[in-house]
Design a protein around this ligand. Structure first.
Ligand code: C2O
Ligand code: CU
Ligand code: CU
Length: 491
């Protein structure tokens, strides 16, 4: 049915445009040639976004890799040292795949930070190309944010220092150099940041790292017949996807758990793929945290959707589920992570019902919209407010500490349009409304990224605690590379 409808649109579209010989070289950066865009969409009809390549099922033959927790650096006068490196990794038995990683050949360690602590991180670029170290979700000054302006050339290093002022959350870090972000992430540059605070330690949630508290970094990849990653060969300007899922860099992963409550910190670290996570048994779970902190109370769900860069912490009670062949699946039923439920009960503390005091105030609800953002287009033609990213242009300014309401609109195109994950650097914000309605319960918490569907309008209350220039962009990494990014200067 969907296909037929699309076919009709396709034919009509071709008739209307009728051999438009648009010269792409004539594109002016600030203008989008809609005819050319429609033309490209015709030719790429097979890439239509509701027909995303399926993921292979995990065979469960490999135990899930748990990223190591980075030890504080004792020798030097810094808390942590993080090196961007290249190397090779045995993802498949007996085969070395060329990859990138932080302090290792693939992905990175987990950095555990404490609210209130002052952290010094030494970053070192050991790659043969430029990179940056961006701390996604961290509320730090623009200088420390690691956006595209903070390039480290090969061999360069930089120490950054900041105070951790935000509450407990699962954040992450990844590179952000112009033109290379998508590729460097694809080859393996991504790591975790956990912020802990008094609240997170007293909630009674599972918090034994790698025992009952697991990070799950979801990334889909395409391996060639030599089991190598070749970004240029598989790159899709509308978002690179693959048929092979890696979780924490593990292919065909399996997770052994006890019969107890287990905390899964889900991170969509993919370039472009969206996931709707569910249990194949149909059992429910609770979501306890969003991108930037705990929800006020656990929200019971049967599924949770994450677009690129979003996080959700969920608690699955394996003492209550009796299903055989239990697994985490996606919306299509692809087996992402089979669970092996071991005999014997674990210890499960009674968790607090009240976890946070997140609230949207009456003042925030009454604020007028002062910034408007229109997301539009696909492939090379993506824009924000009709413009492509220009590192020398400041799109907005905002006062430090002032809350403003940003209204984001996803303008449909003739193919209907697609979901964009919208992200702002250096802040955790509040979703005020989606199409005028209160957001779902599991979005009533701190967010730094959210999905916006075609023709949807989302209002958010945004405050920056620090000064600097920050990016806002679509987190489909190829859209970001294609210019779906702008800058806000906080003064
Ligand atoms: Cu995950 Cu510009 O960031
Ligand atoms: Cu970011
Ligand atoms: Cu996008």
């Amino acid at each position: 049915m969907t296909f037929r409808l699309k076919f009709v649109t396709l034919v009509l579209g071709t008739l209307i445009i009728g051999g438009c010989g648009v010269d792409k070289a004539q594109f002016h950066e600030e203008e989008v040639d809609h005819a050319a865009m429609d033309h490209d969409m015709m030719e790429n009809e097979h890439m239509s976004h509701d027909e995303v390549q399926a993921l292979n099922n995990s065979t469960g033959e490999n135990a899930l890799i748990i990223p190591m927790m980075l030890k504080a650096n004792q020798e030097e006068n810094v808390t942590y040292t993080v090196r961007a490196q290249q190397g090779s990794t045995e993802i498949f038995d007996g085969i070395q795949t060329n990859t990138y990683g932080y302090n290792g050949s693939m992905l990175g360690p987990m950095l555990r930070l404490e609210k209130g602590e002052t952290v010094k991180i030494k970053t070192i670029n050991e790659l043969e190309e430029d990179t940056t170290f961006h701390w996604h979700g961290l509320e730090v000054a623009g200088e420390a944010d690691g956006g595209p302006h903070s390039v480290l050339a090969p061999g360069e290093e930089k120490i950054l220092e900041f105070e951790v002022t935000q509450e407990a959350a699962t954040l992450w870090f990844h590179p952000h150099p112009i033109g290379k972000t998508a590729e460097q992430v694809y080859y393996g540059l991504a790591g975790l940041i956990y912020i802990e605070d008094d609240n997170s330690k007293n909630l009674g949630l599972p918090s034994d790292y790698g025992k009952n508290d697991f990070p799950l970094i979801f990334q889909d990849r395409t391996f060639d017949d030599k089991k190598q990653l070749n970004y240029q060969a598989v790159m899709n300007s509308d978002g690179t996807i693959g048929d092979t899922l890696l979780i924490n860099g593990t292919v065909n992963p399996k997770l052994a758990v006890k019969q107890e409550k287990v905390r899964l910190r889900l991170l969509n670290g993919s370039n472009a793929r969206n996931y709707t996570f569910k249990l194949n048994s149909g059992d429910s779970f609770v979501q306890v945290a969003t991108d930037g902190g705990f929800l006020n109370k656990p929200v019971m769900l049967n599924e949770v959707t994450l677009t690129p860069s979003e996080r959700a912490e969920i608690i699955v009670d394996f003492s209550q589920i009796n299903a055989k062949d239990l697994a985490l699946t996606n919306e299509e039923g692809a087996i992402l992570l089979p669970f092996e439920v071991l005999d014997g009960e674990g210890t499960t503390d009674e968790a607090q019902e009240k976890m946070n005091d997140f609230a949207v105030t009456a003042e925030e609800k009454a604020l007028p919209v002062t910034k408007k953002i229109e997301l539009f287009g696909m492939m090379e033609h993506v824009t924000i407010n009709g413009k492509k990213f220009d590192p020398n242009r400041i799109d907005f300014t905002q006062q430090q500490g002032m809350t403003e309401v940003w209204e984001i609109y996803n303008k449909p195109d003739m193919m209907g349009g697609m979901i964009h994950p919208f992200h702002i650097h250096g802040t955790q914000f509040k979703i005020l409304s989606r199409n005028g309605q209160e957001p779902p319960e599991n979005e009533q918490g701190w967010k730094d990224s959210f999905a916006i569907a075609p023709d949807e309008t989302v209002k958010i209350a945004v405050q920056f605690k620090h000064k600097g220039v920050y990016m806002f962009h679509c987190h489909i990494l190829e859209h970001e590379e294609n210019g779906m990014m702008g800058q806000v200067q906080v003064e």
